[in-house]
Design a protein around this ligand. Structure first.
Ligand code: DQA
Length: 137
């Protein structure tokens, strides 16, 4: 089984960025523990701050992987193009968020990902990613 975790803008700053919302651990640290825990599956990770690179990655893996765990960051709330890319591929996508976006500002309540996603997991910290992986197993 092949699963890609795809992170969008500013998520490279995890561990430093607004730790009261996003926590203290870096994504690389967390990803290492995930890989050890789920050694029986092929787990890949890609992060970009660039909308088009996220779309290119969705196209690249979206016809061969078994699942995509996508935290599109702020693009979640703005990107028609990422929403369309998800519609255009075959691999199921789960939208994840570290924070509970519905308990935050109004603009974070809109998602261009959710209507095309298999499901949405938000508000469980980094565990949101793990819950998404488990749902693919
Ligand atoms: C986020 C929530 C988004 O609203 C925000 O823009 C992010 C992170 C989260 O994981 O909680 O960058 O996707």
């Amino acid at each position: 089984m092949k699963i890609l975790i795809l992170n969008g803008p500013n998520l490279n700053l995890l561990g430093k960025r607004e730790p009261s919302i996003y926590g203290n651990s870096t994504f690389d640290e967390f990803f290492e523990t995930l890989k050890m825990k789920y050694g029986n599956i092929e787990l890949l990770y890609f992060q970009s701050n660039v909308e088009g690179e996220i779309i290119n990655k969705l196209h690249e893996v979206g016809f061969s992987f078994d699942g995509i765990v996508l935290n599109a960051g702020a693009y979640t709330h703005t990107s028609v193009a990422i929403g369309d890319a998800i519609k255009g591929i075959e691999t199921p996508v789960i939208e994840v968020h570290i924070s509970n976006v519905h308990a935050r500002e109004e603009f974070r309540h809109t998602s261009y990902i959710a209507p095309n996603a298999k499901g949405v997991i938000a508000g469980f910290g980094l565990q949101s990613y793990e819950l998404a992986i488990q749902s693919f197993l």
